[in-house]
Design a protein around this ligand. Structure first.
Ligand code: 13P
Length: 210
């Protein structure tokens, strides 16, 4: 995909997320890997009204080289790209249900949302750990996210929201959407002892769909 196509796709997908309430105000940020660096949403921008030519451009060392000033969460995105060479994009949202789960002290911090449905497992993977709370934009979050991302495609930032990676921008957005749906199911079923997918079923999904 050319840089120009990726710019347009990022703005389209971001607008779709915003239109469906996955992001409000100026919350959330999205990045995508280019051959010579990264595209990133500008800081304080609404995902609903991005302009392709104003997206921030970063070089391979994450230095700002074009467009508007990048998101204050560059560290968060860099942690994923450096931990996961296969990541082509990273999506951070404050989507309501996933963020609600991130505020529950009783969940398992290693894997707060159990395998309830196949698409959560296929898109998000086997585990999605909780990373402790850091102030938005705090560079101190980078090592914690990096360590968690070595073995997970997505993490949940405590009292903040999800960060999800994918091989492509579309994959990362789909995974962020599946995560929000899984969080909704998890909250609906809290205290009800739902049947979970078995470890063998999870293995089968990951072996079949990666
Ligand atoms: P930016 O506007 O700097 O991208 O920050 C938004 C956000 O979601 C902080 O976590």
């Amino acid at each position: 995909m050319t840089e120009s196509d990726l710019r347009s796709l990022l703005c389209q997908l971001a607008a779709s997320l915003f239109a469906r309430g996955f992001s409000v105000g100026s919350a959330g940020n999205i990045s995508a890997r280019l051959e010579d660096g990264y595209l990133m949403t500008p800081t304080n921008s609404s995902l609903g009204r991005l302009e392709p030519e104003r997206l921030s451009k970063l070089d391979r060392d994450f230095r700002h080289v074009g467009g508007d000033k990048p998101s204050k969460e560059v560290f968060m995105h860099r942690a994923f790209y450096q931990a996961r060479p296969d990541a082509g994009a990273v999506v951070h949202l404050h989507s309501t249900q996933a963020t609600a789960v991130s505020c529950l002290p009783q969940v398992d911090p290693a894997n707060p949302i159990p395998p309830l449905t196949p698409y959560f497992v296929m898109r998000v993977g086997r585990t999605m750990p909780i990373v402790p709370y850091y102030r938005p934009g705090d560079p101190a979050m980078e090592p914690a996210i990096h360590a968690a991302a070595l073995s997970a495609r997505a993490v949940l930032l405590a009292n903040h929201g999800p960060v999800v990676s994918g091989r492509t921008l579309t994959d990362a957005v789909y995974a962020a959407e599946e995560l929000e749906e899984a969080a909704k199911l998890f909250l609906m079923l809290l205290g009800r002892s739902p049947r979970l997918l078995t470890p063998a079923q999870v293995d089968d999904l990951l072996a079949t769909f990666g």
